[in-house]
Structures are given as structure tokens and as C-alpha cells.
Write a protein that binds this ligand. Structure first.
Ligand SMILES: [Zn+2]
Length: 318
């Protein structure tokens, strides 16, 4: 499938979508080190993405929403009103975003989504293996009306209006000589997420002891994370692409933006951002109703196009 067709698929066929069949995956959690079984099920229109902790007897449903995010340290964790949590949802959420899945129920029998290979590629492969299907209802989009920004010392993030597209401009700044300062831009209309999907989570070798002392990364290994020591990458096969570090940060950002509950059109810029900053931006952005509007995708002017053409039959029109 070429890139321009992917764009049309993503942007102009604006019915809500769910997966065709149940997906089953299992693996260890990066932080808790516990093996979890995932069962991702199709869901009806306007269901959104919800997680269900099947190892918890009641009140086990957790909506994938930015308002439910707690302690976004080194991963994104969501919690319902009864205190039931699920963590490291961001790579799966990014796969839902990129593959156009609006509605799904994710059953999980532990408190952390499997890290798999540290990227989104296995989630994406699993979604593609069953395929996605159009549902009857049209999608809704968040339209950015006003610029909102947050500065925290050297960290910065902003979102501003952009018609019919999502751009994430991400800069990372590390003193490590291999990672250094890198800046890349993701543009939804470019249509190709392959390098972003494949980019793995990473850490500095010298930070591992501290991270573990916080009770995190119990399931971490060279199988699911890139580890950088000085000028060296400790993983045998090196990097998967030249920009794997910054692309992984973009992957995280896309997953966290998917927690807005709808598809979002806007221009996001960030330097040294991460889960916590993206979440703060969403909280600030949605707290003032004059910053945004929720708009339904509309049929294009000529409805005959829908029957007669396989091309731009629907327009986002937001
Ligand atoms: Zn990540």
C-alpha cells in the first residue's frame, strides 16, 4: 500500500473502526516483570478504548482517557475511580491510533500491558492480522482552536491549530554522545508510521540502578529496550533506524495523545517532553472549552461520490 493511499485511508474514510476479530497476545510487563495475557476484542460504536482487568473481580473497567492518568513516570498508567490501574498502555494506544482503531475492549489479567519488543510493532502486526472494519457511526475529531503551551524549566510543549492533520515535532536533548540532541517531525498526512512503530524504548546504562531502585524495570532486558552506555549500544543488533530514540518518543506521544478519547488535529511541538508533560498539556488544553471543539466528520458535498468512487469519498471537514 503506497503512502498516499494510506493517507486517504487514514484521513478521508471517517467512519469509526474496530478490529474484525479477537487478538490474543502475552508477555512480561516492563516495570512489574509479571506475565500478562491480553485479549483485545472488537467493540461497538462510541465505546472508545477501554481496559478490563480480568484478574480483578468488580469495577475493573478503566477508560483510556487522559483524565485517568496517574504517576506518568517512565510509562503511562491509568486508574479508574475504584483505584484499579493498568500501566504502560502507550505503545498499544499508539498502535490503535496509527491503525485507525477507535473502539476496542482490552482485557488483561495483570496490571501492566506486555512490553513485547519495546516497540509497537507486535501490536500493529496483530491488528493487521485480523484487520479493521468500518462501523456505522462517523468519527469525531478534536479541533484545536487556540494555542496552549507549558514550559517547565528546559522542558516545553505546545499545541496549536492545524487543519485536517496532526503534526508532532519532537526534540530530545541528552548529554550522552550517542543520543545527543535530535529533532524529528511526524506528520499524519505523510502516512508512513513504520519507523515510529518499530522504534523501541531506551535507557542509559548508568540510570538502570536508579530505575530499579524505584521498583521499576523489573522485566527490562536487551530483548525489550535499547540500552546505551557512553558511545555504545549494548544490544547486539544496534539500532533499528538512525532516529530510533526520537522516533520512540514520538510513538509515546502519539499513544498519549490518543488518550484524548478522540482523534486530534493540531500541531504539537515539544522539547524534552514525555508522558507527564503530554498529560499536563491535555489537562490544560481540555480544561478551557474555548481551546477546542469536538466535530463530527461530515459527508462530502456530493454524496454520490460515496457510491461511485473509491477515492476521497468522505472528508474530515473540520
Ligand atoms: Zn515508550
Amino acid at each position: 500500500m503506497n503512502q498516499s493511499f494510506m493517507y486517504i485511508k487514514l484521513m478521508f474514510i471517517n467512519n469509526q473502526k474496530t478490529i474484525n476479530d479477537i487478538i490474543e497476545l502475552n508477555g512480561v510487563g516492563l516495570h512489574n516483570g509479571i506475565n500478562a495475557n491480553l485479549k483485545i476484542k472488537p467493540a461497538i460504536e462510541d465505546h472508545g478504548i477501554k481496559f478490563c482487568r480480568t484478574d480483578v473481580g468488580k469495577e475493573n473497567l478503566i477508560e483510556a482517557n487522559y483524565q485517568n492518568v496517574v504517576e506518568p513516570i517512565l510509562c503511562t498508567k491509568i486508574k479508574n475511580k475504584s483505584g484499579v490501574t493498568v500501566s504502560t498502555v502507550e505503545h498499544l494506544m499508539a498502535a490503535f491510533f496509527g491503525e485507525g482503531v477507535d473502539n476496542a475492549l482490552v482485557e488483561i489479567d495483570a496490571s501492566e500491558v506486555p512490553i513485547l519488543d519495546g516497540s509497537a510493532s507486535e501490536f500493529v502486526d496483530a491488528i493487521r492480522s485480523v484487520g479493521v472494519k468500518d462501523q456505522k457511526e462517523l468519527r469525531k475529531f478534536i479541533k484545536v482552536l487556540k494555542k496552549v503551551e507549558i514550559t517547565e524549566g528546559k522542558k516545553y510543549i505546545s499545541i496549536e491549530p492545524l487543519e485536517n492533520d496532526l503534526v508532532v515535532d519532537f526534540e530530545i536533548v541528552y548529554s550522552n554522545p550517542l543520543i545527543r540532541t535530535r529533532r524529528k517531525e511526524f506528520k499524519l498526512s505523510d502516512g508512513n508510521l513504520t519507523n515510529i512503530y518499530n522504534s523501541r524504548t531506551f535507557c542509559l546504562y548508568e540510570d538502570i540502578d536508579f530505575i530499579k531502585s524505584q521498583g521499576l524495570a523489573k522485566g527490562g532486558s536487551l530483548e525489550n529496550a535499547v540500552v546505551v552506555k557512553g558511545n555504545e549500544i549494548l544490544n547486539d543488533d544496534g539500532l533499528r533506524n538512525r532516529h530510533e530514540f526520537v522516533y520512540h518518543k514520538i510513538l509515546d506521544c502519539l499513544g498519549d495523545l490518543m488518550l484524548s478519547g478522540f482523534r486530534l488535529f493540531g500541531h504539537v511541538r515539544t522539547s524534552q517532553g514525555g508522558h507527564a508533560l503530554t498529560n499536563k498539556l491535555l489537562i490544560k488544553f481540555f480544561s478551557d472549552k474555548s481551546n477546542w471543539s469536538l466535530e463530527k466528520a461530515k459527508l462530502s458535498k456530493n454524496n454520490n461520490q460515496i457510491k461511485n468512487s473509491s477515492k476521497k469519498t468522505l472528508s474530515a471537514n473540520v
